[in-house]
Design a protein around this ligand. Structure first.
Ligand code: SPV
Ligand code: MN
Length: 626
């Protein structure tokens, strides 16, 4: 090691930290650590390895430093983010683009030197009086084809504690990869909390920045604590991973992975992309099935098979509406001793409370808005505050979930039988349909994914938001290129079947499906993947036959599914379905500059099929008339 770096490290680290860093023995790592020390000027530096002791140390620091408070149940803590820091902030999330490079104009971006100067200016001296954490984690299973080592630097013990719960430990992975190749690729993150207020929350939220230096696999963030902006391995890494996948010919997706348990012990793995409020976690957590992961998946071809790995090792889930009846597994984890970090809900007498928990809740307590919150209190933005924030969260580990698939950490990944794109609309798509082909599914289910706003979201109700593969917020290249990568992936092997779901069809203002009907659609997918049931052609995909659903509703839900229900749910709503194609044609000719030819062809073919169907049979076609 260069003498100047050695001296710098010796001035900030104790012997144990020095030894841990030295054992990684990598110039790239040393360089990133040294730069952070010089820029952010911490009082001291802690380097962690894969030991339980280092994990406990960071957890304890989060509590001692009041970033988290202990709750009555053993192992449970609560963390609050600032009032204005309750979610990812898209307007301040930008790519740093070198002067000689161009990035898709639809992506939020800033010239690299200019952006670096701005964020480094904000991070300069930001660790003064604080401890700097240097922690190593791994995206995907360690020592596997999926593994991406990650180096997190932060002054927040909450951030590294969250990563401890959500990801695999990666110190040994760094040692292994560094020994094999000193120039090995890893992702790196430097986060600075910035000035804090009396609640230990980032004070200068208006100077919150999240800047992606994709040319160096680095993400920098400042003046924020919300995990989506600070926990490097979550959404910051997804943007870097999409580019790495593009370079290397695999896919990084915003998807859950689950195991559907079919007849006679058959196991079928499914992956699903759903925009928020479209039923993603509820599907991954269906009773009787097993969860592998609820947010991020990497797809690779391994030994000629389409396989997926859960990028994470835990869940950062929305707690709103989690209740004992609908979510028994999560409810149980959130109520028994064990490590849980709650975020941005309400605490009273050491107990956590949240919106939609279906229990009596207090009218005063400490919450995301104030240490002395009372019902009806008006927040600093003039809005009436609620018991908990709508985006309040819980962080738990996979290993604490009783429905976790025992194979969730498989180094070879898991074979994927089906991919689901889950949208939300009240009047257009049938609850479940199967694509004619991979291309049809990628284009007409994934690339056309839409989610309708509800009265619970800010703004107008019923507005349809386009969200390509539910990955729109994280695309680090043009939409067309990303879709083309999906079209090209695994083209020489058997690919999964593709399905589209919509759990939210309504008639006269009422939902046409029960909350757990999704369990039936999942079982039907398993039967289709295994070639055990036939289908009807609805012109925009293949739909179930009545007798198969009647049987499944009896088996899965113990319900008598009537012909009337079937007809209501599976009628082909041609005016609405064709109107959706119109919206997509508009988007893919105006907003997207590089629409793949296959996408254009799929949209054209679907329009022609549906217009022919309309000419022959009218606007609304009962499945019995197909
Ligand atoms: C999401 O919003 O998709 C999440 C939470 O999974 S966040 O960390 O904000 O990305
Ligand atoms: Mn997500």
């Amino acid at each position: 090691m260069e003498p100047t770096k050695k001296a710098l490290f010796e001035s900030k680290m104790d012997a144990t930290s020095l030894q841990k860093l030295a054992a990684i023995n990598n110039d790239q790592v040393d360089e990133f650590v040294a730069y952070a020390i010089e820029l952010c000027e911490p009082d001291s530096v802690f380097v962690g390895d894969d030991s339980d002791m280092d994990a406990s140390y960071c957890r304890m620091r989060a509590i001692d430093g009041q970033e988290e408070s202990q709750l009555a149940t053993n192992g449970h803590t609560v963390h609050f983010d600032g009032y204005f820091d309750q979610a990812r902030k898209k307007d301040v999330t930008k790519y740093l683009v070198p002067a000689d490079e161009t990035l898709d104009p639809n992506l939020n971006q800033v010239e690299r030197e200019e952006g670096l100067a701005e964020i480094e200016g904000m991070q300069r001296g930001a660790y003064k009086g604080r401890l700097m954490y240097v922690r190593f984690f791994c995206l995907g299973a360690t020592d596997s084809a999926f593994a991406i080592p990650c180096l997190q630097i932060t002054d927040s013990a909450y951030v590294v504690h969250s990563e401890e719960l959500l990801y695999r430990r990666g110190y040994e992975e760094f040692k292994r990869q560094s020994a094999a190749d000193p120039n090995f690729e890893f992702f790196r993150y430097r986060h600075a909390t910035g000035e804090v207020d009396e609640r230990m929350t980032s004070k200068n939220y208006e100077d919150n920045r999240v800047y992606m230096d994709h040319t160096r696999n680095t993400v920098l963030s400042v003046n924020t604590q919300y995990a989506g902006n600070t926990v490097g391995l979550k959404k910051l890494s997804l943007r870097l991973a999409i580019r790495k996948a593009d370079r290397e010919g695999w896919l990084a997706e915003h998807m859950f992975i689950m195991r559907c348990n079919g007849p006679k012990g058959r196991e079928t793995y499914l992956a699903g992309a759903y925009p928020s409020a479209c039923g993603k976690t509820a599907t991954a957590m269906l009773p009787g099935e097993n969860i592998v992961g609820d947010d991020l998946a990497y797809f690779k071809v391994i030994d000629g098979e389409f396989r997926a790995c859960n990028v994470e090792a835990g869940i950062f889930g929305i707690i709103t509406d989690v209740n004992a009846d609908d979510d028994p597994v999560i409810w149980d984890v959130l109520h028994r001793p064990g490590e849980v970090v709650f975020g941005n809900l309400c605490v009273k007498d050491g107990k956590p409370y949240w919106l939609g928990m279906s229990e009596e809740t207090p009218v005063a307590g400490a919450n995301y808005a104030s240490d002395e919150w009372t019902e009806g209190m008006v927040g600093p933005d003039g809005n009436v505050t609620t018991l908990s924030h709508k985006n309040a969260r819980y962080t738990v580990q996979m290993r604490d979930l009783e429905n976790a698939d025992p194979d969730w950490d498989n180094k070879q990944g898991l074979p994927i039988g089906g991919i689901i794109y889950g949208g939300r609309d009240s009047d257009t798509s049938v609850p479940v349909r199967e694509a004619y082909s991979w291309d049809h599914g990628v284009c007409m289910m994934g690339a056309t994914l839409e989610s309708e706003t509800t009265s619970a979201t800010i703004g107008q109700e019923g507005v349809r938001k386009w969200n390509v593969m539910s990955n729109m917020d994280f695309l680090s290249m043009s939409v067309g290129r990303y879709i083309q990568n999906n079209l090209d992936f695994a083209k020489d092997i058997k690919r999964p079947k593709v399905f589209g779901t919509n759990y939210f069809l309504k008639k006269d203002g009422k939902f046409l499906n029960g909350k757990l009907d999704k369990g039936v659609w999942i079982k039907w997918m398993d039967l289709r993947i295994n070639g055990e049931v036939d289908v009807l052609d609805a012109g925009y995909g293949l739909i179930p036959k009545y007798e198969d659903l009647r049987k499944l509703f009896k088996e899965v839900r113990d319900e008598d599914y009537t012909m009337e229900q079937y007809v209501q749910q599976f009628t082909v709503n041609l005016p609405e379905v064709i109107a959706k194609i119109g919206r997509m044609e508009e988007i893919y000719t105006t907003k997207v500059q590089d629409t793949p030819e296959a996408m254009k062809a799929e949209m054209k073919a679907e329009r022609e099929r549906l217009e022919a169907l309309r000419a022959a049979k009218g606007d609304y076609i009962s499945p019995c008339d197909l």
